[in-house]
Design a binder for this molecule. Structure first.
Ligand SMILES: NC(=O)C1=CN([C@@H]2O[C@H](COP(=O)(O)OP(=O)(O)OC[C@H]3O[C@@H](n4cnc5c(N)ncnc54)[C@H](OP(=O)(O)O)[C@@H]3O)[C@@H](O)[C@H]2O)C=CC1
Ligand SMILES: Nc1nc(=O)c2c([nH]1)NC[C@@H]1CN(c3ccc(C(=O)N[C@@H](CCC(=O)O)C(=O)O)cc3)C=[N+]21
Ligand SMILES: [Mg+2]
Length: 282
């Protein structure tokens, strides 16, 4: 039996804190979300973000564009939002249609409004410990560990997955918190043995229920970033929850773990963006 790391409850607390902070400020905060096409999962996430904005008191604009939009058309929408003085944060929901170069789209977002933390300027800031915007899922994982009183400094952390939006940045944040970090991927050899060393195991591979108890040291903290809907319509993670929770010391559920923390950190980034925007030199 293991401790459940309740991301949903912690995220609710964070949103309450942010709501109180925002209501005490002399300015508003506005997030613009661009959704291209009508992918059902993306539509759910965008709706969740909109609902979180309502809870915190952030003004939320959802801009829905047809999946036939050209790259130039999408870039023009972003430039309009970059220029709008009443917009503090911009998020373009990923994935984008295959005809659009997502790298060009991310680069087009003003770094000062890039509340996802995906722009190269913010990625560089993370790696150099400069102020910028932290990517929401990695920041949410660190916040979840801290608020669950799990010490990071000096711990053996193993990260499975090296994507630009989860694996690589969470490894950097763990390093910043003074963990010893091992970053693994699809060509890593002896993966179960390496994972067995982990005091904290972060799993972000995008494979439903792929990580079982062979990968987990008894008592370890397991953070499951994956999110999938199986053939029966059940939401599950990258971790085989029922097998792993029998050996782990603590584990995040899916749903109710990392997902809500991601959204809470997005709300936090929107407040930071609004604060910087309001205090910019004229
Ligand atoms: N809860 C949330 O807020 C969020 C959840 N997600 C979810 O997290 C998961 C991961 O997302 P993302 O990082 O974008 O995924 P990507 O598909 O971009 O990257 C997956 C990474 O995992 C590695 N990998 C794949 N299979 C294995 C394996 N069997 N063993 C070891 N490493 C492996 C890949 O290695 P290689 O580089 O060699 O190909 C790659 O680095 C997905 O399920 C996604 O839906 C994502 C973002 C936010
Ligand atoms: N520009 C961009 N920024 C993102 O941050 C981004 C993105 N694109 N594309 C997709 C991924 C995925 N992601 C999630 C956010 C919330 C939940 C979430 O709220 N999950 C709930 C339940 C979700 C459900 O009901 O399906 C939970 O885990 O409890 C999940 C996944 C953000 N992403
Ligand atoms: Mg989740």
């Amino acid at each position: 039996m293991s401790v459940l790391l309740n991301g949903k409850a912690i995220a609710a607390t964070i949103k309450e804190e942010l709501k109180a902070q925002l209501s005490a400020r002399p300015y508003t905060a506005t997030l613009a979300v661009i959704l291209v096409g009508s992918d059902p999962a993306s539509s759910i996430y965008v709706k969740n973000k909109h609902r979180a904005c309502e809870q915190v008191g952030i003004r939320s604009l959802v801009i829905t564009l047809p999946d036939t939009i050209s790259q130039a058309g999408l870039l023009a929408e972003i430039e309009t939002l970059n220029q709008r003085d009443d917009v503090d944060g911009i998020l373009v929901q990923l994935p984008l249609p295959a005809s659009i170069d997502s790298r060009a789209v991310i680069q087009a977002i003003s770094p000062a409004k890039d509340v996802d933390g995906f722009h190269p300027e913010n990625v560089g800031a993370l790696s150099m410990n400069h102020p910028g915007f932290l990517p929401c899922t990695p920041a949410g994982i660190i916040e979840l560990l801290k608020r669950s009183n799990i010490e990071i400094a000096g711990k053996e952390c193993v990260v499975l997955g090296r994507s630009n939006i989860v694996g690589k940045p969470v490894a950097q944040l763990l390093l910043r918190e003074n963990a010893t970090v091992t970053l693994c991927h699809s060509q890593t050899k002896h993966l179960p043995q390496i994972c067995q060393r982990a005091d904290i195991l972060i799993v972000a591979i995008g494979k439903p229920r792929a990580i079982d108890s062979r990968y987990v040291k008894p008592g370890a903290v397991v953070v499951d970033v994956g999110i999938h809907r199986d053939s029966e319509g059940q939401i599950c993670g990258d971790v085989d929850f029922s097998a792993v929770e029998a050996v782990a010391g603590a584990i995040t559920p899916v749903p109710g773990g990392v997902g809500p923390m991601t959204i809470a950190m997005l709300m936090q980034n929107c407040l930071i963006a609004a604060e910087r925007h309001a205090s910019r030199p004229a």
